[in-house]
Design a protein around this ligand. Sequence first.
Ligand code: ATP
Length: 225
Amino acid sequence: MIEFEKVAYSYGGGDLFSEIDLTLPRGSFHFLTGPSGAGKTTLLKLCYGALRPTGGLVRLFGQNLDEIDRDGIASMRRQIGVVHQDCQFLDHLDVAENVALPLSVSGQDTSDALENLSELLTWVGLTERASALPPELSGGERQRAALARAVILSPDVILADEPTGNVDWEMSQRLLRLLVELNRMGKTVMIATHDLALIRAAKSQVQARVLRISNRSVQLAGADL
Ligand SMILES: Nc1ncnc2c1ncn2[C@@H]1O[C@H](COP(=O)(O)OP(=O)(O)OP(=O)(O)O)[C@@H](O)[C@H]1O
């Protein structure tokens, strides 16, 4: 689904990464870890085409990112749901409206889709908070709303950037279970996190590969996490 071949990325100074080879097969579950500033968010952005590599090539669904125009990227992005680190809600819209935003932006706000919205809010446990505004939400509610918005277009791939960043252990387990459930439905999932306890807890629920960014490259972590 997503492949990197000798990928390098630089924001203008030295290379943040170089020579990264990576394959996320369909239906796989990956964690991406590494210290703060190592480049987890940057690597996720390369995975959904928000950044283009400064070296090497990224293939999304078999297509070279460099050969896809803006419209092509936009349609490809519909197949990739992203849970952003800071959630990125529109504060004047309520939870249901924020979650439904990708439907209206892509012109798919049909009655069937809106029925799906209510099922989705139930799935993440936010039915009773559907009319709340984002500033009124707890950290866990924000993350669950962000996850619902990321999957509303039924993408094949879900990329989550620190989805358990601001929540307690119980809530992080709940979010993990939702992501594992999506993976069991066949979705390809990658979670960027520095939370090693979360990764350890996931091992009993899902076969996950753990990628670690260090020294400008990405390595497969061993079982000794
Ligand atoms: N738009 C940008 N322009 C210049 N430098 C940037 C930009 N975005 C990120 N960086 C730098 O690139 C490096 C990697 O950032 P990134 O956010 O990808 O790391 P991260 O591993 O996700 O960090 P964290 O765990 O703290 O979220 C950092 O040194 C950061 O300051």
